[in-house]
Design a protein. Sequence first.
Length: 356
Amino acid sequence: MSDSKTATSAHPSAPTGRQVAVLGGGSFGTAMTKVLAENGHTVRFWMRNETQVEEVRTQGTNTRYMPDVVLAGDIRPTTDFREAVHGAEAIFLAIPSKAFRDVIREHAAEFEDGQVVVSLTKGIEKDGFRLMSEILQEEIPRTRIGVLSGPNLAQEIAERDLTATVIAAKEPEVRNRVQQLLGCDYFRVYANVDVYGVELAGALKNIYAIVAGMASALSLGENARAMLITRSLAEMSRFAVSLGANPMTFMGLAGVGDLIVTCTSSKSRNFRIGYAVGKGQELEDAVAELGQVAEGIRTLQLVKDKAEDMGVPMPLVGGLHKILYSDASIHDVINGLMTAVQNSDVEFILPRTLSS
Ligand SMILES: NC(=O)c1ccc[n+]([C@@H]2O[C@H](COP(=O)([O-])OP(=O)(O)OC[C@H]3O[C@@H](n4cnc5c(N)ncnc54)[C@H](O)[C@@H]3O)[C@@H](O)[C@H]2O)c1
Ligand SMILES: O=P(O)(O)OC[C@H](O)CO
């Protein structure tokens, strides 16, 4: 947290009588709980660790994940899943992608018909390349599903820094409800119907944040950073469009917005992993030191395989994979990228003609 700020809660708004649930007691679950509680809603906050529940209940803190944050309002931490979701009009899931399906499957019977269930998770499942909304659709089709994604560093939201996000859902009622529940004077919620594009953008940008962290560690310069972010956008939208996403989604907050923040901020865990590796640290050591999830590492492997299967050129993904898993030197990979065939800038104007 920056020195000049405190993340103590504002006086919560008057109680609204609305009941919501947040599942997952890490950084983002804590930040979203804080927003919802400050907005006057009753928040059932589910996590698996009883000690953490006790700390939230008695101190209003979650020091393992957000050491400087004090929570206020009607927050009911619990390890009891049913108690958390029963009667909640909206359920927000901040569980890492690796555990997402297991948690939902184990508790599928506890969700109620028509409940609004919103994934906050920015990752992809290994088997079948499923996004979290697809897992929800498969495991709990009785519910109404949405996805929230955007330039949303948990720490800044907890500090009430001005932030915007995107709720993507097919049903207008789901979009409207989430906008009402979460929106406030420091948190704006925009709407989109391209669920797949919004969700895939959130997962893909984590890969490029690792690359950007490395570039920062090597002091490659501001021109290089602009090149990297822009070519990342070209690459991730090329991949997503080939899977059916709307290219215009990548012009929005969930696309270029999230890419910018994650590729430029040392508050991003993915960026920090790239920075550490760029400074010479082993990947496993960097991950262990972080102690929180950096989804981009898993996503990189899955996207590389999928892109190769589909024949979609992704030179930045390929280059990062070589650095992390084939012992290629960062300088050799950069040299390879810089001397590859020079292709078109915006592929929607001048189509890419070569596969390099
Ligand atoms: N932190 C952010 O700024 C941020 C912003 C937007 C989206 N997200 C996304 O939210 C998701 C969660 O991220 P985070 O920042 O909260 O991660 P985190 O590492 O801070 O916390 C993860 C939480 O998930 C819990 N968890 C892990 N496995 C579990 C299981 N099997 N059952 C129950 N709980 C389990 C952990 O105990 C921990 O409380 C990620 O997909 C991330 O990309 C994070
Ligand atoms: O800390 P990261 O790298 O997981 O990024 C957090 C958010 O996704 C930024 O929008």
